[in-house]
Design a protein around this ligand. Sequence first.
Ligand code: SF4
Length: 210
Amino acid sequence: MNKEKRWDIFYRWQSANPKPTTELNYDSAFELLIAVILSAQATDKGVNKATAKLFPVANTPQAIFDLGVETLKSYVRTIGLFNSKAENIIKTCQILMEKHGGEVPRDRAALEALPGVGRKTANVVLNTAFGEPTIAVDTHIFRVANRTGLAPGKTPLAVENRLLKVVPNEFKQDAHHWMILHGRYVCLARSPRCAECLIADLCDYKNKNL
Ligand code: SF4
């Protein structure tokens, strides 16, 4: 795919949705971090339902740590993998208090050192809470990048590196959200909605569902 096409794709996404953001509900970097940890292999809707009850009761590292792991589990038990996620969250809260003064660090290495936080979660927090031009690659973005030809790659990291190289700077900050929404609602895994797709004429996918 050439530069002009890529620019046009992002320009169209931007025109249609100038201020894209996450569908996870949060009011602070810490709440976002917890929501993203909970969202692995779960829907944003399911996470929002659980955090709507959890955050009014506890939304700081100290408060969640004080709940204890069993009480925390009772708030998140509707979310897949809740046992290990609750354990990771308690350990993460402890590290945030001991090493970061109770704050979420604006630093990739420090974020990735937290239990339950991998590269993707760190990228989401850096991008969405701190405004860094990182591009987290989840299953939707991986699919969209490969299908469209925007940034083909065999692994999420390869796609991330390619996107960082080829996405025009003016679109980098919001690229993650535009691509995730496109994958979630239009370029669906099994049956992409090519007939109603905003970028169909720019997309390189050979088996369009028209
Ligand atoms: S045309 Fe189809 S395959 Fe291409 S981005 Fe749109 S929905 Fe996805």
